[in-house]
Structures are given as C-alpha cells and as structure tokens.
Design a protein around this ligand. Structure first.
Ligand code: FAD
Length: 477
C-alpha cells in the first residue's frame, strides 16, 4: 500500500472516475493533482472561453476534495517534470489518469508512459470519457467506421458499463501548490465573462443539476424541440461533458433507467442518446485520423479554391452579416460562450459556403469562443458542415439562411433576442429585412446599412459561387 498520484486532466469529477477508483483501491494515500501545461497542447491549448470554464471547474473540484479532507495540488510546467518532482516529494511510485484522445494528449501519454517506465515509476491509464473505447467498435473487417449510422448501430450492440460510485478516499497531506488565480485563466481588462456565472455552473455539482433539470424537463420533448433555438430544448451539457464533470456513462445510465420506467418518450431519449453517439463518432474518428482538426478528411478539399476576405470574416465573427439567423447565432456565441446546434450548422455553412472561407478559420474562432470547444467534436463538425469530413453533409447542400430562419425560428423570438435592432420588423421580413418595403422599415425604425447591415453577400450568387468552386474539385473525388 502506497501513495498514488491521481493526475486529473479532462475528467474533473469524482463520480464514475475509474482512475480515481483504482487509486483508492491500490494505494493508501492519494495526491490529487492538476497540471497546467499549455506548451504540451501547442495550438490546441484551451481557448479563452474554455479557460474561464476550466478555472471555475478546478475551483469546484478543489472544494469537493477539501470537503473530503484532502487537497488538489496545482502545478504549472512540463508535465513529465512536474509529475516526477511530485513523485519525489510524496514518495509515490505510480501516477493514475484517465485517457485522452486528442493527438497531442495521446502522444504526451505515450511519451510519459515510456519515460516513467524507464525509471522506477509507472503511469496507469483508465477509460473514462467515452461510452466505448476507440478500437472497440469496428466494422466486420476490423476497420474504423467512416459513416455514422452503422457506427452507432454497432455501438448500440455493445453494452455500456454502469457508472462507478465515488470510492472512499484518503489523501496525502497537502503539498505545495500554485494558487489557481495565478494561472490567469480568467479574463481581465475587460472581463467579458463577468455575467457568465449567471449562465453557467461549472463543476460536478452544476453538471449533475443540469442533467437533472434536462431529464425532468426538456428531455421529454427533445426530438421535436431540439432544432428550435428559441426553445430551451437541449441539455446544455456539452461544456460539462467536455471537461469530464459528468461521464457519458452516467448520462447513459440515467437515460436507460428513465426509458425502462417509461418516464420519457423513448424516441426523444433515443435521439438524445444518438447525439452522444455523434460525440463518440467524432472521438473514434479523431483517434484513427488524428489529422482531422487540421486537414480535410477528403483529400480533394485540399485543392478547394478558398477565399480569405478579412472584412467578411470579421462581419461573420461580430454577427454583422446582414443575415439575421447567422448574426443571432454569432452574437449568442460571443455573449454566452454557446450557440444552439441548428444555428451552429447554419452559421458555419454560411462561413464556408457563402463566404468560401476555409473551415479552419471557423474552427479556430469557435475554439476561442465556445465554452464546450472540443477538438474532436469541433473539428469533425466543421468538416461535416464544410463537406470535407467523414460522412459529411454533401457540399452541394447549401443552407439557405433565410429559409432556415423561417423554419426553425418561425416567430422570430431567437432573432429578436439577439438582434434587437430589427425586433420591430414583422415576422414576414424578420429573416430577410432587405425585402421589407420602405414604409415597413420606417415603421420599425430601421435604416438598412445604418442600424443593421445590408447582406454582405447575395444568397443566390453566393450559392452559385459555392457550387462553381465545388465543381473545380468534384472531378477528383
Ligand atoms: P444536446 O443536443 O443536448 O446534445 C447532448 C450532447 O451530445 C451534447 O452535450 C454533446 O456532448 C453531444 N453532441 C450533440 N450534438 C453533437 C454533434 N453534432 N457532434 C458531437 N457531439 C454532439 N460540440 C461540442 O461539444 N464541442 C464543440 O466544439 C462543437 N463544435 C461544433 C461546431 C460546429 C460547426 C457544429 C455544427 C457543431 C458543433 N458541436 C460541438 C456539436 C453541437 O453543436 C453541440 O454539442 C451542442 O450544440 C451542445 O449543446 P447541448 O449540450 O445542448 O446538446
């Protein structure tokens, strides 16, 4: 019986944490630690919105561990050096952690495993962030799936393990620790996230509460409401899941129980579970095709004639494109760190297809601004929208931002809440203000180009431009 270091990473929880359970079983004392090592992640170090979340989530985990009589040690620097130093300080021989699948993190794990093995130390890795480990769900030929539906059918044939309870924990006496505040994860000057504590409750307790709110409310109507951005029809669990405050196995088990006792419409819960399936699919793809966040999955897209118009990109980022549903989404993102999935698809499509901007530009912007920015889900989703990904939306299917708005925000509540300058327009023109006759604009106190922009591109022309651009690469597909 010995001291074991539990290296928390993207598993900021105590419930259903196999690494923690194994450490409690194998050791006498635990040293719980989190290491801030941006250099290891390189370009994929957390963006600004995720840094805000990370700070709050670590604070929450620290409090949980303190309440159990322990301490969460914060250290900054090269992970391998910090872990070896910690082992020396507390006499630990082993480090336990949950696996991560981002290419940089997987490489870090392998290097660390080899380095510690060469000394008297060891690294033990446990599953914890997915329903099924990459490699455990393959085609009959033993290959990774590249299409979602058969992947998900195969997943559904595999049992999901039940979540594991929080073990009885004994902690090593506190070691020297950085102060979280010194890591500068929170924005200052300006503090653009000052209102986010009213919107979000990072941490395991907040995640459990959010799951409860969803399962006892919106879950029942998820299938019919999930596409309506004005309705609170989705779970808003994505940042909690991303930071590992809630394991997908725990969510799964609650869904299965709810289905078994007939508390929710099965179609809705099955649809919700399938969305978790898209997350799984993204992670499995990332594991087998680690270049996904950086290069197009379909090689012919490497020759796509992308444009890079800074002024138009900035208009998109600021929600000033003149297309209300796109602008509403981009402003929701900036203001809350989140954007509704339907609107993510429309706004992303607008950037890639109407503005012919490389999907990586959008991926980077989302990386910095989303509280749920996730290398696997973000990279795969952007490639899905752009048409360059595995099982992607066909390139020629180009979202029309007007009809998307009219279909999914019929009464315009969503657009009116994020684009208040056009709130006075009647529903008929809300998603296409440029078609409103002069007296209607006047009545609504709107001068286009002054209070709200004229559309930065014409939909029909942009659509044709996108199809023409696609035509130049289609032959090689
Ligand atoms: P719910 O509808 O309640 O879904 C439940 C959970 O399933 C989500 O919390 C999430 O973990 C997962 N999920 C749902 N849809 C998807 C999907 N299409 N792909 C992968 N997982 C999914 N999701 C992220 O978690 N991080 C990202 O960085 C991210 N970037 C995206 C970028 C683009 C361009 C698009 C179109 C989608 C992106 N998504 C991303 C997927 C999706 O938009 C969000 O997961 C969802 O909006 C989160 O809200 P929710 O928790 O209320 O979702």
């Amino acid at each position: 019986m010995s001291t074991i270091i539990v290296w928390f990473r993207q598993d900021l929880r105590l419930l259903d944490n196999p690494a923690l359970v194994a450490a409690a079983r194998d050791g006498q004392r635990i040293v719980a630690t989190y290491i801030h090592d941006d250099a290891a992640a390189g370009d994929w170090a957390p963006g600004s919105a995720c840094r805000w979340w990370l700070h709050r989530s670590l604070q929450s985990l620290q409090t949980q561990i303190q309440e159990l009589g322990g301490a969460l040690t914060f250290r900054r620097g090269d992970t391998a050096s910090v872990l070896k130093q910690l082992c020396q300080e507390c006499g630990a021989q082993s480090v336990y952690c949950s696996r991560r699948y981002e290419p940089w993190a997987a490489a870090q794990e392998s290097a660390l495993y080899a380095e510690l093995k060469n000394s008297t130390l060891s690294l033990k890795r446990y599953p914890g962030t997915l329903l099924h480990e990459p490699g455990s769900v393959l085609t009959q030929g033993g290959d990774p799936f590249k299409v979602f539906s058969p992947f998900w059918r195969a997943c559904l044939r595999n049992p999901v393990s039940e979540p594991i309870a929080v073990p009885k924990l004994s902690f090593h006496k506190p070691l020297e620790s950085d102060a979280l505040e010194d890591w500068d994860l929170l924005p200052t000057n300006p503090n653009w996230a000052s209102h986010w504590t009213d919107l979000w409750s990072p941490g395991e307790a907040g995640a459990a509460q959010q799951l409860d709110v969803f399962l006892s409310g919106a879950a029942a109507q998820y299938a019919s409401n999930r596409d309506l951005p004005a309705v609170s029809g989705t779970s808003k669990l994505s940042p909690h899941i991303h930071f590992g405050e809630l394991s997908p196995r725990t969510i799964w088990s609650y869904c299965e129980r709810q289905t078994a006792i007939g508390e929710s419409d099965n179609t809705s819960l099955a649809k919700f579970q399938a969305e978790l399936g898209w997350r799984e699919f993204s992670y499995h793809l990332l594991h087998f095709f680690p270049h996904i966040p950086e290069t197009s999955f379909k090689a012919n897209f490497n020759d796509f004639p992308w444009l890079h118009d800074e002024a138009r990109i900035e208009a998109w980022q600021k929600g000033q494109t003149g297309y209300p549903i796109v602008d509403a989404g981009m402003r929701e993102l900036w203001h809350t760190g989140h954007m509704h999935n339907r609107v993510r698809m429309v706004a992303a499509s607008f950037l890639c297809k109407h503005l012919l901007t490389h999907w990586r530009v959008g991926e980077d912007w989302f990386w910095d601004t989303l509280v749920d920015a996730d290398l696997a889900s973000n990279g795969c989703s952007w490639q899905w929208v752009a048409g360059s990904g595995a099982d992607a939306a066909p390139y020629f299917r180009i979202f029309n931002p007007v009809t998307q708005g009219e279909k999914f925000d019929k009464q315009g509540e969503y657009v009116r809440s994020w684009v208040p300058e056009i709130a006075g327009l009647p529903d008929k023109y809300l998603h296409k203000p440029w078609e409103a006759p002069a007296p209607v604009l006047e009545e609504a106190n709107i001068v286009l180009g002054e209070h709200y922009p004229e559309p930065i591109v014409d939909h029909k022309q942009a659509r044709q431009g996108a199809l023409d651009a696609y035509g130049t690469i289609r032959v090689s597909q």
